[in-house]
Design a protein around this ligand. Sequence first.
Ligand code: 5GP
Ligand code: MG
Ligand code: MG
Length: 183
Amino acid sequence: MDQATVADDLEKILVTKEQIDERLAGMAARISADYEGRDLLLVGVLKGAVMVMADLVRALDRHVEMDWMAVSSYGSGTKSSGVVRILKDLDKDISGLHVLVVEDIIDSGLTLSWLLANLRSRGPASIEVAALLRKPDAAKVDVDVRYVGFEIPDEFVVGYGLDYAERYRNLPFVGTLAPHVYR
Ligand code: 5GP
Ligand code: MG
Ligand code: MG
């Protein structure tokens, strides 16, 4: 699978690598200011949030800890089912900690609202969310996302951590796929 093949699969680029870098730097500055003087644990949601986490923490000029969860919500299709299953739980207890959940994208918001309820039940000192992308549908569910990178149209996107059938996560930008890919 060479690069030419990947490029052939793309329809358009929605958010460039440069835009992502610039936006994450801004989010990191806000996070640094908001959590000044407090310990901070970033919880990444695998696998989609790997790129956001990696670039966000390197833009943060402060100490942070990282932990990871893996949940399944989508099955093999492209619509959220609302059924969430923990595939990998956190390594550590989060009671009394300031937790910032790092997400790739908020679509229906179903996965996130389930995850937040689950994490809140563990007694963190605070819990907030940082997501690179949010679709308009997310407004329908009552999830308060403090740090949002980009509002994007209601289209299925890939790249920068986001997959279609486990592919395209390694693209350095966010884009849409050409129709032939889905056939
Ligand atoms: P939600 O429960 O908010 O509808 O979606 C949860 C998860 O579905 C996201 O964390 C992400 O993994 C996946 N997802 C939602 N929208 C998209 C999309 O446009 N592209 C890809 N690749 N995954 C998505
Ligand atoms: Mg996610
Ligand atoms: Mg996926």
